[in-house]
Every structure is written in structure tokens, then in C-alpha cells.
Design a protein around this ligand. Structure first.
Ligand code: TPP
Length: 669
């Protein structure tokens, strides 16, 4: 749409059967974010706050929405939705403390402005990346639908953010799964300096809804009564008949993207036209015209608001700046969880299981143990997953809990977080670990950071079929554990045998923190062992001595354990082989113990050498175990190239032969 078309709306109000009381409540609710913003703009000029994202002129959308929903229905706002926060009656002193980075703010000074959520207020705040919000709303909507809660969730997006892939994925999943989610697009003409016509080539978002198989309506975003009435009506309908709806709210961004960036690029006339459509002034005039608002009431309301703002600011300003506490900062990265390892009973029944069966067995038992555990992944339903881990699960647990998903890794991981927010557990299967690259943002920015930022757990496990050796080429063979190893807030496990595979998966599903669970495709059907039939867990963060020896320490994980065993046998070595099992957090004690024992250490990984897990652990050994070393710390890994397809090239890529040579060198040192 040409941005100039946006003003074509006429501001007419229709009170329908709404009482004077409701009309006045909406007025007071609408006035609050405007008055706060006036104050914030002054504080910004005085250098008392550092940044401000203005919602000036767009307040009617937030206020219409927040008042139309029930207090326990989730709203997922963006950066111009102050009215959602005030409309949910958040204590203003906490809100202001949040803006100032104070301890009593919602993120304890760890994140800025509107980047926070509050379960108490049923608000899930954004991360800077904008689009990932939509999938979280899908997860919340899915939880409501599964629990038959008859609730609706509202998520916001700007018109600019609608160009992100996450927007498409979020809407598509909601449409396919008929989720009770209202997607409100605030069509405000610009995304930073980019006008709508440079952002997308359609006119109205209402054209998009039907393309997704979704109803879509357009509202005058500056008309609080219209937004309120439309959302209220839709919400009542969606609660009874769960489905997604796209609501396009036409409005305009009256100030800069953030205050420092200004509005020079916006035609002056456009600003003037839109100023006439100011949501606060027009609604106020309407209420006066119909005799609902008089001077005395107006004064009373304004006084009340002013006092609330000033009181809140006094408290927030009086609070001292945070004095950092190292322990709390580190502790809050993860949700509190203390694992109680469940060991198998002494004479437990055992059966021979391949790695693939062990994973499937653990998953099935966890599904039985946790009725709130939901599986999601491509082709995991009827088809049983491409590696058949979930074969028969749909019959056992039903299609609600074993969910075939569209092809959209980002939305499904985000939906997992949404489920977690509603008290569910989610397990997401990547068809191949390689495809996690298109869900990367949700993992490293949402799942990993949410507990540290505002104390929300992300009870999500992501299964990662990984590894090379099957001539599957660069996109079905990668070892990508190191992509995540560097991200605080995640836990990473990588079993090398059926016993650990089952026990570690069960353990990960018990823990409310986000996990990446790597399973080597090459071991699925080639490695088997007798393992207990009953449910058990393996300790997270604890390495396993795969073989005891005295000449040399080989520290490794996954397929590396099998290569190390074979090499030490072939070379007739007495090697101490340490299987890390958990990569994050890794077992420093066990690493130190083996180095101390042999004085010679080599790290082996299937992943490319540069920047891998070995790089970190070898650096740590050099720093912390220097006095025990009789030789340089060595490491071997795959070549620093993509994983090649042809078997001869792949053989050269993998570290097996180079490792043996290096091991010999180390022994002879
Ligand atoms: C993935 C990503 N790319 C770029 C940005 C920088 N950025 C922040 S807001 C914004 C414009 C968003 O426009 P829109 O969605 O229309 O929302 P509006 O600011 O107009 O309310 C941009 C480019 C970002 N936050 N995230």
C-alpha cells in the first residue's frame, strides 16, 4: 500500500451497547500509555533513560486488545505496545525499574525496555528479532487447545517484521493446526525508515490471510472502540471455535523508530494528516460529544494517572543501581533443577537393543511418565520418523501428542517454548541435525536466554540425528554440536552407546532446561547392547570411563569413543578412554583425573577441528592441568571442509587415520 493511503480511514465511533462505565474505563486505559510516554520523552531528553521506542498514535490497538481479553489469556506484544503492559495493571514502579535496568525490574537489569515477560500478567515479551514471537503464540494456543481451555492468545507483529520467514511459519502452523491465536499486524507505514511499499508488494494484509487458509479482517487501528469491539467479538468466537485470525490494524508511526533516529524521511503532509487521527484526542472528543466525559471527570482521571506515574517514578529512581553478584548471574542462566539419578534395579530385566531402539524405548517410557510431553517433528506420526524412532507412537499416544509438523523448524521450536510456558514439555525432532540451522535463532536467542532474562523455563529437548560416514554429503552429515556449545543456557548431550542413549534422553526430559540431544546416525543400527527394559536415567554432566589404561588419555564422545577403542586395540595401547557423554556442562573433574593418571592426552572429535569442543577442553587442560602433563596436549578432528559426498573423500575428511598417526606420535613423545 502507498503509505499515503493509510489516512483513508474515517474516524467514526459506534458505542453499540457498551455502558458509560466501559467507555470511560477504555478512556482511562488509553490515556495511561500516552501520559507515561510524555513523561518518558522528557526523561530521555534529560538523559535519565537511555532509549525509548514510541507507540505514540498507536495506543488504541494495545488498549483495544488488552481490554477485550480475559486477564488470564496470553498476549505477546512488540516494542510499541506499552498499553499492553499498563493495561494488565503491572505495578508502574516495576515497569519503570525495568526501563532503568534496576533490580526490581522484570529482568533484574539483564534486558532492556519491553524485552521481558511476566507469567503473572500473562505477557510474553519479545526478543529483538521480532518474528520469533509468532511461533511462541502458536505453542501457547496449542497448549490451550490440547487442554481444552477455551482461551485465545493474541500476538503482535509490525508490518516490517512480516517480511521475516518466522511470520510465514507462525501463520502457517496456526492455520494448519487451527490454533486459537489472533495475529494482530500493526500496519503503521514504516519499518525503521523503510516504507511499506519497499517492504512488500501487496496492499493490505487482509489479502494474506486467505492465502494461509485463515480469516482476515481490517480495523481502524486508531479507533479504540472499534479495535476493542472487533477483538472482543472475535475472541468470544475463537474461544468456542478455535482457529487463527489475522487482524490488520491500520495506523501510523508518529515518531522515530526510536527517539534518536527521527522522522526526516516521512513526508510532512503524511504526519499532519495522521495527527488529525490521533487516537486519544478523537476518542476524548467523542466521549465529550455524547456526554459521557465532562471536564470534572477528565480532570479526576488525569490527576489519578499523574499521581500513579509520579509515585512509580519516585520509587524507581530511589532504587539504587544494581550491584552485581557473580553467583546469581551464573546461577540464573539455567532453571533450578537438581537431578535425582534413577538407577535400574539390581536384577532388572534386560534385552538386546540397538542405539535406535534404546532411544525409542526411552522416549516411549518418558511419554508414559509425562502425560504433558508433546512430540513434534516432520513425518514423526504415521510414518514413524525417517529413522523410525517414533514408529507406532501415534497409535500409542494419539495424534495430539505425536504431531506431524509442516516443514518449519523455527516455528516448531518456538511452539515448543510456547508449550513450556503453559506447563507442557516438548520434544522436537530435527529430521537431520543439519536442518537445525533454520531453527537456530529460536534455540540460541529464545530457548537459551529466556531463563536468564526473565526467569521462564524452556522445557524443550531437541533431538539431533547427526554425523557422517554414510556418504550423505554436506547437508545430511554435519557435526554441529559446537554451534551450540558456545551458547550459555543450553545443555548438550551426545551418547555413544544404547545404555547412555536411553538414560540420558530420559534425564534430559526430566530437566526443565533446553537440551540438544545428539544421536549418531551411523550408530543407530550398528551399535547394540543389553540394556535394562525399565525406566532409568544417567547423570547429566558426568563423563564415563569407557576403558581404563595408563599410557595415554583419549578424551572423546559419540563415534569418537568407538574409533578410540579400535585404535588403542590396533596399536596395542593401554589407553584411558573418557567418553564425555555430556558436552555442556562437561565434566572437568573426570578430565582432570584422566590427565593426572596418564600425563599424556589427546582429544578426538568427529567435528571439524577448528573451534570444536576439543579446542575448549584442550585449552582448559593446558591451563588447569599443566603440572601433570608429560607431552603437549593434542587433538584431532575432521578436516576444515564441508562434509564431502564421495566415500573416498569422506574417508579422508574423517579423522580416523590421522588420529592413529597422532596417537602414535603422542605415545612416542
Ligand atoms: C531480525 C532483525 N532484523 C532487524 C532488526 C532491526 N529492526 C528493529 S525494529 C525494525 C523495524 C520493524 O518494523 P515493523 O515490524 O514494521 O515495526 P515498527 O517498528 O514499525 O512498529 C528493524 C529493522 C531487528 N530487530 N531484528
Amino acid at each position: 500500500m502507498e503509505t499515503t493511503d493509510l489516512t483513508s480511514q474515517k474516524m467514526t465511533f459506534d458505542r453499540k451497547n457498551y455502558s458509560d462505565k466501559i467507555l470511560l474505563e477504555l478512556y482511562e486505559s488509553l490515556l495511561m500509555p500516552r501520559r507515561i510516554e510524555e513523561k518518558m520523552l522528557i526523561l530521555l531528553r534529560q538523559g535519565k533513560i537511555s532509549k525509548w521506542f514510541s507507540g505514540w498514535g498507536q495506543e488504541a490497538i494495545s488498549i483495544g486488545v488488552v481490554n477485550a481479553l480475559q486477564a488470564d489469556e496470553f498476549i505477546l506484544p512488540m516494542h510499541r505496545n506499552l498499553g499492553i503492559f499498563t493495561g494488565r495493571n503491572m505495578p508502574l514502579e516495576r515497569l519503570f525499574a525495568q526501563f532503568q535496568g534496576k533490580l526490581s525490574g522484570f529482568t533484574k537489569g539483564r534486558d532492556r525496555s519491553f524485552h521481558f515477560g511476566s507469567i503473572e500478567h500473562h505477557i510474553v515479551g519479545m526478543i529483538s528479532h521480532l518474528g520469533p514471537q509468532l511461533a511462541i503464540a502458536d505453542g501457547i494456543g496449542l497448549a490451550d487447545k490440547l487442554s481444552k481451555e477455551k482461551k485465545v492468545t493474541v500476538v503482535f507483529s509490525g508490518d516490517g517484521a512480516s517480511s521475516e520467514g518466522d511470520f510465514h511459519e507462525g501463520l502457517n502452523v496456526a492455520a494448519v493446526w487451527k490454533l486459537p491465536v489472533i495475529f494482530v499486524v500493526e500496519h503503521n507505514g514504516y519499518g525503521l525508515s523503510t516504507p511499506s511499499e519497499e517492504q512488500f508488494a501487496f496492499k493490505y494484509f487482509t489479502e494474506k490471510g486467505p492465502g494461509y487458509g485463515m480469516e482476515a479482517i481490517r480495523v481502524q487501528g486508531n479507533n479504540v472502540l472499534e479495535v476493542y469491539d472487533q477483538i472482543k467479538t472475535l475472541a468470544e468466537d475463537v474461544r468456542q471455535n478455535p482457529r487463527p485470525i489475522l487482524v490488520e490494524a491500520i495506523t501510523f508511526r508518529m515518531r522515530g523508530h526510536e527517539e534518536a533516529s527521527g522522522t526526516k524521511y516521512v513526508p510532512k503532509q503524511l504526519m499532519e494528516d495522521w495527527a488529525k487521527l490521533d487516537p486519544v484526542e478523537n476518542y476524548e472528543r467523542y466521549l465529550e460529544e455524547i456526554g459521557v466525559l465532562d471536564e470534572k471527570t477528565k480532570e479526576k482521571i488525569n490527576k489519578r494517572i499523574k499521581k500513579a506515574i509520579n509515585d512509580g517514578l519516585d520509587i524507581a529512581f530511589a532504587e539504587e543501581a544494581i550491584s552485581p553478584n557473580l553467583e546469581t548471574e551464573l546461577e540464573d542462566v539455567y532453571a533450578p533443577f537438581s537431578q535425582e539419578v534413577i538407577s535400574p534395579t539390581l536384577n532388572s530385566q534386560k534385552s538386546e537393543k540397538r542405539l535406535v531402539d534404546a532411544i525409542s524405548d526411552g522416549l516411549r517410557q518418558s511419554m508414559e511418565k509425562y502425560p504433558n510431553l508433546i512430540l513434534m517433528g516432520q513425518d514423526i506420526g504415521e510414518y514413524g520418523g525417517v529413522f523410525k524412532i517414533t514408529d507406532g507412537f501415534k497409535t500409542l499416544f494419539g495424534a495430539d501428542r505425536v504431531r506431524n509438523t509442516p516443514l518449519c523448524e523455527s516455528a516448531i521450536i518456538g511452539a515448543g517454548l510456547g508449550l513450556s510456558i503453559k506447563g507442557y514439555k516438548a520434544l522436537v525432532e530435527m529430521q537431520f541435525a543439519d536442518f537445525v540451522s533454520v531453527g537456530f535463532n529460536q534455540i540460541v536467542n529464545n530457548l537459551a536466554k529466556i531463563h536468564y532474562r526473565w526467569g521462564q523455563q524452556a522445557d524443550v529437548v531437541i533431538r539431533m540425528p547427526t554425523g557422517a560416514g554414510m556418504a550423505a554429503g554436506p547437508f545430511h552429515s554435519q557435526s554441529n554440536e559446537a554451534w551450540f556449545f558456545h551458547t550459555p543456557g543450553l545443555k548438550i548431550i551426545y551418547p555413544s552407546n544404547p545404555y547412555d542413549a536411553k538414560g540420558l534422553l530420559n534425564a534430559a526430559l526430566e530437566d526443565p532446561n533446553p537440551y540438544l540431544y545428539f544421536e549418531h546416525k551411523g550408530m543407530y543400527r550398528s551399535i547394540s547392547a543389553e540394556i535394562p527394559d525399565e525406566y532409568y536415567t544417567v547423570e547429566i554432566g558426568k563423563a564415563r570411563l569407557a576403558k581404563g589404561g595408563s599410557q595415554v588419555s583419549i578424551i572423546t564422545y559419540g563415534m569418537g569413543v568407538h574409533w578410540a577403542m579400535k585404535a588403542s586395540e590396533e596399536l596395542n595401547l593401554s589407553a584411558d578412554i573418557l567418553d564425555l557423554r555430556t558436552l555442556l556442562p562437561w565434566d572437568q573433574e573426570a578430565v582432570k583425573a584422566t590427565v593426572k593418571k596418564t600425563g599424556k592426552v589427546i582429544f578426538l572429535q568427529e567435528d571439524c577441528l577448528t573451534g570444536g569442543i576439543g579446542a575448549e577442553i584442550c585449552a582448559w587442560i593446558s591451563e588447569h592441568c599443566f603440572e601433570f602433563l608429560d607431552a603437549p596436549v593434542m587433538r584431532e578432528g575432521s578436516l576444515d571442509t564441508p562434509v564431502p559426498f564421495a566415500p573416498s573423500l569422506e574417508k579422508q575428511f574423517l579423522p580416523v587415520e590421522r588420529f592413529k598417526e597422532k596417537l602414535n606420535r603422542l605415545i612416542e613423545f
